[in-house]
Design a protein around this ligand. Structure first.
Ligand code: FAD
Length: 321
């Protein structure tokens, strides 16, 4: 690739998201070790983060720092990126396959007249991009036919980039809001205040209708605390009002690929599997031995979750103490 490769970083709660380092590594896999990979970081008060990002790539890190960019806003962020991509004309642009990345990627693709390959889980030599299709039942491998392309990378699939031998240079870019900006984000109120980000969690513990009530999530929360895990849910649990829809995993919810997924009182409907079947190890706890979740589980416990989950918490507490 003779033209530059660009990664669009994502910042959440004052930190660079893990998926940004995974996108950097994806860019490295696609472009080769010798390629110069630059990055763009957008936000307010991000000078320190730009320096941190520069330690992961020897290319330039373009920092667009402005108080109006404190929260993600599609037209404002696209405007912040516009001058940089028009100047660099990158051959590839990498983003996380997150709510923000999915929103921004098509705008960038349109800006540079590029194609897009989304939800990539691995990149093979010759720039072959693998992605799940049909809700994770099959995979397809794609490559770009054009000289420019935009790629979104699914969190937790590509290993994160390691520190670069030589840190890159931070380049400050100014930002002036476009005159036709139709909306501004005043505040972001997060509903589900989970301690661990569901999309990037290494361990996810999910509850289904089997938890029976909002209080039924308490044993799951306790196990999650001990393991440093995130808590998710089936749509059954969300529809029943036991938890917020922000926790929903599945076809119409979030897609997660943790190292360990523990499904508690979840039957294993195809729409739920679409959001978690790519997890590395699946553990199912269900009192019905015939529940379909056991077909995809690596380990199954037939039993009452209200007995099994506290026992697990107790044992892990001893082991991890
Ligand atoms: P149930 O199917 O009712 O299963 C509850 C399970 O808990 C049972 O297997 C039972 O044996 C077990 N159980 C009960 N008590 C206990 C106990 N004490 N201990 C242990 N086990 C116990 N679903 C999603 O999850 N995510 C989606 O994104 C999604 N999108 C959908 C999109 C569409 C278009 C449609 C039509 C459906 C979608 N669904 C989705 C819904 C999906 O089809 C199922 O209805 C839903 O996943 C069922 O949730 P559940 O497994 O929690 O509940």
């Amino acid at each position: 690739m003779s033209q530059p490769v660009l990664v669009i970083a994502e910042v959440r709660a004052g930190k660079i998201r893990q998926v940004t380092l995974e996108a950097l590594q994806g860019a490295r896999l696609a472009a080769g070790d010798s390629a110069e990979i630059s990055a763009v970081i957008i936000g307010s008060g991000i000078t320190g983060l730009a320096g941190e990002l520069a330690s992961y790539t020897s290319g330039k890190v373009y920092a667009v720092d402005h108080p109006e960019l404190v929260s993600y806003n599609a037209p404002a962020y696209l405007h912040a990126v516009k001058g940089i991509v028009e100047e660099l004309q990158p051959s590839r642009v990498f983003l996380g396959h997150t709510a923000e990345g999915r929103d921004l990627a098509p705008g960038i693709a349109a800006l540079i007249g590029a194609g897009q390959i989304s939800d990539v889980i691995s990149i093979e030599s010759g720039e072959l991009y693998k992605r799940p299709i049909y809700a994770g039942k099959a995979f397809e491998e794609k490559r770009f036919l054009s000289s420019s392309g935009v790629v979104t990378v699914r969190p937790n699939n590509i290993p994160p980039a390691t520190l670069a031998e030589t840190a890159g240079e931070v380049v400050d870019r100014s930002y002036t809001a476009p005159v036709d900006l139709r909306s501004i984000v005043r505040d972001v109120v997060r509903k589900a205040g989970g301690k661990v980000d569901l999309a990037e969690a290494k361990i996810v513990i999910s509850g289904g209708r089997g938890v029976k009530s909002a209080d039924g999530f308490k044993p799951l929360d306790e196990l999650a605390d001990v393991l440093g895990a995130a808590v998710g849910a089936s749509r059954g649990a969300c529809d029943a009002g036991y938890c917020d829809y922000a926790l929903q995993i599945g076809q119409t919810g979030k897609v997660v690929t943790p190292e360990v997924y523990i499904a508690c009182g979840i039957s294993g409907a195809i729409q739920h599997l679409a959001g978690m079947s790519q997890s590395r190890v699946i553990i199912a706890i269900n009192k019905d031995a015939e529940a379909p979740i056991f077909k995809v589980a690596d380990y199954g416990i037939v039993g009452d979750l209200f007995e099994v989950v506290p026992l697990l918490t107790e044992e892990f507490r001893k082991v991890l103490a």
